[in-house]
Design a protein around this ligand. Structure first.
Ligand code: MG
Length: 382
């Protein structure tokens, strides 16, 4: 029996994970659940899965839940971090959205857990620290991001030297093929309409700008240790090939499935075994054709900025990530237009004096600094 804690159980990945787990209660037991402020859904989840511990952001909500349900409910950042390292869990699914996932993820890493990592921002912003501390504590990180799960599956059992290149696929999002001037007119509603994947708001906007792919390139660099020039991005609008690797003899190995996050979630949970049917059958004859094209980095420059940040290293990826979170939020609040998201990110990066990112405090400070600069920039744009 594997004992599981889910960080961010009320988000899109958390809900999908509970769906997978509810079908194999003989193999997994939920011991911990955490959520930010969707208390109503968390309460339902606690009633359905009976964890031993829970955590939420707000202290008053925590004590109310605890009284109501008779379990330990922690609160605040420290409470969520404590739930992340809860000693009875073997497996921690890190599914908090954004930079807020860093400290809880690190807490699980330092406690030596096996971690199913869906929170790509923690690796993008503080990958050196997360990977270094995982080596120190013996924590194992299994990717849940579909592209990284694909690479993880393709790479398994192969030597590092046999891999020439990794190719991360991208759907291209809802605005694939649109010119920069057409992108000036897109609305929040348009941006939230992803063609293939059903995801949370932040990642859906990141997919529309291609920043999601940028963060994933940095994530892959950190997770698998390949240098930036060995990581390519390929637009594949059908989202059937989730990524691939090219071996030194130019053979390519790809992983295919329907676009359904329950697949990578199930694989991380059951690794190295596989669960029965966590997602629907892939009917390639119904898909018909798979197409590919190069990413348009002129219309969607966020991808280039991510490569720049990755090559620069240090605190620059944390700055890229923080400026992006602020810009996406401002777009969702109708404070800036779609084309201003990359402008805010690039300008914030240009102002930043890169520092070493080997300590958490340096990353947290770079994140704080970048948020402040990005917000000031957005205020000026208005
Ligand atoms: Mg992904």
């Amino acid at each position: 029996m594997k004992h599981v804690t889910i960080l961010g159980s009320t988000g899109s990945i958390g809900r999908s994970a509970l769906e997978v787990l509810s079908r194999c209660r003989d193999r997994f037991k939920i011991v911990g659940l955490t959520a930010k402020n969707n208390i109503e859904l968390l309460e339902k989840q606690i009633r359905a899965f009976n964890p031993e511990i829970a955590a939420v952001a707000d202290e008053a909500a925590a004590s109310e839940l605890s009284k109501k349900l008779g379990i330990r409910v922690l609160s605040g950042d420290s409470g969520i971090a404590e739930a992340a390292s809860y000693d009875k869990a073997d497996f921690v699914l890190s599914a908090i959205i954004g930079f807020a996932g860093l400290l809880p993820t690190l807490s699980a890493v330092r406690a030596g857990k096996t971690i199913g990592l869906a929170n790509k921002e923690s690796l993008a912003a503080a990958g050196e620290i997360v990977m270094r501390d995982a080596v120190k504590s013996g924590a194992k990180i299994i990717p849940v991001d579909s592209e990284h799960s694909a690479i993880f599956q393709c790479i398994e059992g192969r030597s590092r030297e046999s891999v020439k290149r990794i190719v991360i696929t991208a759907s291209g999002g809802p605005f694939l093929g649109k010119s920069r001037s057409e992108l000036n007119k897109v609305t929040i509603k348009d941006a939230l309409k992803h063609p293939n994947w059903d995801m949370g708001k932040k990642i859906t906007i990141d997919s529309a700008t291609l920043m999601n792919k940028g963060l994933e390139v940095i994530e892959a660099h950190r997770l698998f240790g390949f240098s930036p020039d060995m990581i390519d991005v390929l637009i594949h609008p059908q989202s059937i090939i989730h990524s691939m690797i090219e071996l030194k003899d130019r053979s390519c190995i790809a992983q295919l499935s329907v676009p359904d996050m329950k697949g990578p979630i199930a694989y991380a949970l059951s690794y190295p075994e596989r669960l029965d049917d966590p997602m629907p059958f892939l009917d390639l004859s119904a898909v018909g054709k798979l197409t590919f094209q190069k990413p348009d980095t002129e219309g969607f420059p966020c991808l280039l900025y991510a490569y720049e940040a990755m090559k620069e290293g240090g605190t620059m990826p944390a700055v890229l990530n923080a400026a992006n979170e602020v810009a996406v939020n401002a777009f969702l609040q109708s404070e800036i237009g779609f084309n201003e998201i990359p402008v805010v990110i690039n300008n914030t990066m240009q102002l930043h004096d890169r520092k070493s990112a080997l300590e958490v405090d340096a990353v947290v400070e770079a994140d704080r600094w970048a948020r402040e600069k990005a917000k000031a920039m957005i205020a000026k744009l208005n």
